[in-house]
Each structure stands twice: as C-alpha cells, then as structure tokens.
Design a protein around this ligand. Structure first.
Ligand SMILES: [Zn+2]
Length: 210
C-alpha cells in the first residue's frame, strides 16, 4: 500500500536509497560501539588495536583507548639490516585485543604535543640508530599520534541517526494530518497520488476520503 511501484523508481534513486540506508546503519552501529566503549571506560577498559605494517618501515593503526580512539602513523626511513633474511618482516595486518589497556602514556620530551578538549596530538621526528641482535636500523623516524575523544566521535556518529529520526517524525506528522509525506501537499481531497509530486497517498485521511 505504501510501496512505490517498481517502474516508477529509477535505478539511480534505488542505489541512492540503498547507500543512505547503509550509511545510516553504519552510523548507528558506530554510535552504539563508541557509546559502549565510552560507558565502559571506568569499569572495563578494553583496548582494541587494528594495524597495518609495511615491513616495519611504515605502520598505520587505530586503537581504542580509555579516553578515545587513537590514530597512529609511524615511518622509519633509512638503512635496515637483517641478520637473517627470514626474520625480515613483511606487509601485514594485525589485530590486538586486551581486556585492560591503560597504556596511554605521556609523550617523551622530544615530542611536539598539544591537547585540547580531550583531543591529543603528538608528533615526533628524529634520527635514530637502533642495533639489536637480529636487525639494525639507521635513519629517520617519524611518528604521529592523534587521539580523538569519545564525546566527539559519539557526536559525529549521532548526526545521521538524528537526521533520520527527524525525517521519520516529519513523515509521521504529515501522514496524520493528511498531507503528502514527501512534499507536504494537502491530500485530504485526493485519492491515489499527490497531484504536486506524484507520490502515492500514504495518509490515512487521504484514503479515508476515497
Ligand atoms: Zn507530494
């Protein structure tokens, strides 16, 4: 009864609708996950870390910390030497989970650091020489960490669900008042379709007059 006939809806608008639904679903899931992490920060401080490494020369990661989510970038450009070729790390994804984290430490002095409203930025760049039993490195090391607090992530993830709720509420109100759910045209004297935009009547009032 409230479905738009198949032929009327172009493929383009169908794709758009699907994309919007997916975006709304993802936003809602993100909002729930962030809210749960935010609520759990006092009692249970899980640490979830997803990373991607390019053989130790580059490393990207996202980690959930007690006060927010941290995005990290690390790069080591220089001379790497491996004693055994088989020890040489390759490109790899990594996932780590720890029931308790709390590993957010203060940045060392040499780091550039700024913090504001729960956001934290730490940047480091320098020359390093690291000799270990299996490898040695000589070169330029850069690291950048950005911590985005839960409150900001939750607010950002809530925007799309709030817009959706607003639209649902407007649709409900229009239907109750006998107006076209799409454009708001008064449909009380109309039977099938909105004369303004062609949307099939959804309103109870519109059907009742028929
Ligand atoms: Zn209409």
């Amino acid at each position: 009864m409230t479905r738009i006939p198949k032929g009327l809806m172009s493929r383009c608008s169908l794709c758009r609708r699907i994309a919007i639904r997916v975006l709304e679903g993802v936003s809602l899931i993100m909002l729930l996950v962030i809210s749960a992490l935010w609520a759990a920060r006092e009692s249970w401080q899980p640490s979830i870390r997803l990373g991607y490494e390019e053989g130790w020369t580059r490393d990207y990661s996202v980690a959930s910390l007690p006060i927010g989510v941290q995005f990290q970038y690390y790069s080591a450009n220089g001379k790497w030497e491996w004693l055994r070729e088989e020890d040489k790390p390759e490109r790899a994804w990594s996932f780590r989970f720890a029931a308790r984290s709390g590993y957010l430490t203060d940045y060392p002095r040499s780091w550039f650091k700024r913090s504001l409203l729960g956001f934290r930025l730490g940047v480091y760049s320098g020359t390093e020489s690291i000799p270990t039993p299996t490898y040695s490195f000589d070169g330029e090391v850069s690291q950048c960490e950005l911590l985005v607090p839960h409150w900001f992530l939750a607010a950002a993830a809530a925007i799309i669900p709030i817009l959706r709720l607003g639209r649902l509420h407007r649709r409900y109100r229009r239907r109750r008042r006998g107006m076209c759910v799409k454009c708001g045209y008064d449909l009380r004297a109309t039977k099938n379709r909105c004369p303004e935009c062609g949307t099939p009547c959804e309103s109870e009032a519109g059907h009742a007059t028929g």
